[in-house]
Ligand binder design. Sequence first.
Ligand code: SF4
Ligand code: MG
Length: 336
Amino acid sequence: ADKLLEVRDLQVSFFTPAGEVKAVNGISYDVNYNEVMGVVGESGSGKSVEAYSIIGLLQNPGKVIGGSITFEGQDVLAKTPAEMVNFRGNEVAMIFQNPMTCLNPVYTIGNQLMEALKAHDKNISKEEAQKRAMEMLEEVGINNVEKRMKQYPHELSGGMRQRVMIAMGLICHPKLLIADEPTTALDVTIQAQILELMKKLQKTNQMGIIFITHNLGVVAEICDKVSVMYAGKMVEQGPVDDIFYAPGHPYTRGLLRSMPRVDAESYERLIPIEGTPVDMLNPPEGCPFAPRCESAMKICLQKMPPYVELGDNHRAACWLCVQEQMKAQKAAEKNN
Ligand code: SF4
Ligand code: MG
């Protein structure tokens, strides 16, 4: 598969008056063209922070302090602010949970879509921009586009605004779309429609997608692979089927257990698993999940577990997995 994005050992810290918070603490992954990677984890696990780093939108006092981000061979972290603006307009787009963070309340929908196009291509004619904006609105399932073009964001329903935001994100044909809980605020039917739409547009544009969510129903629906984050670490990563049917990390298993049954209500939010999330100012030594883990052993409290390969492109950072691997190796040696 062709690699679009490569993230290696990324570290992002927030330097707060109370101390350093390692919001993202050494994570690595790839996203290929035409691939959807889900990022799951609780709030505060670092899943949004790592995405904001890719597009250069980290808020103060957040700082990338280590690692690399490579996009089609370009070093993203070396880009100047002006190059980043260009990068965001042309190559990556981001859609958020709240459309009002992306839509400007004082401009019409048509105006905003056409401006996005003009920023991308200065030579585009007004007629052409208008035509493309209306086509894009139709593509995201909006009817009556001539009327919609003249409306302001507040005149539209929540679901409609979400679609407009997706249209804004996709109108310049980004190679990578970062979607941060883009459907959480919507009702189930509209959520399902928007996911369908994203899948369709992804195929036609060969786009890579990073889909950040804490909803495993959505992950099952749309993702090819999954990264599970806990306390700034990527604790498990693998193809979507491996994550659902052969999870290695106790935290992933906990997430799956807390997932509502996959039926009509499968888009419901996760029920939180027991125990308190990590105090990120004073993270425990060793495995960050240890205080909540029913399988925790002595070593878990002392040393961060290494990654163990559990299958093709499937790995988890857990001492239990290390133990099981050693057992399997010993058994194999005996048989030889
Ligand atoms: Fe639990 Fe230990 Fe694995 Fe951490 S390393 S998830 S504490 S078994
Ligand atoms: Mg978030």
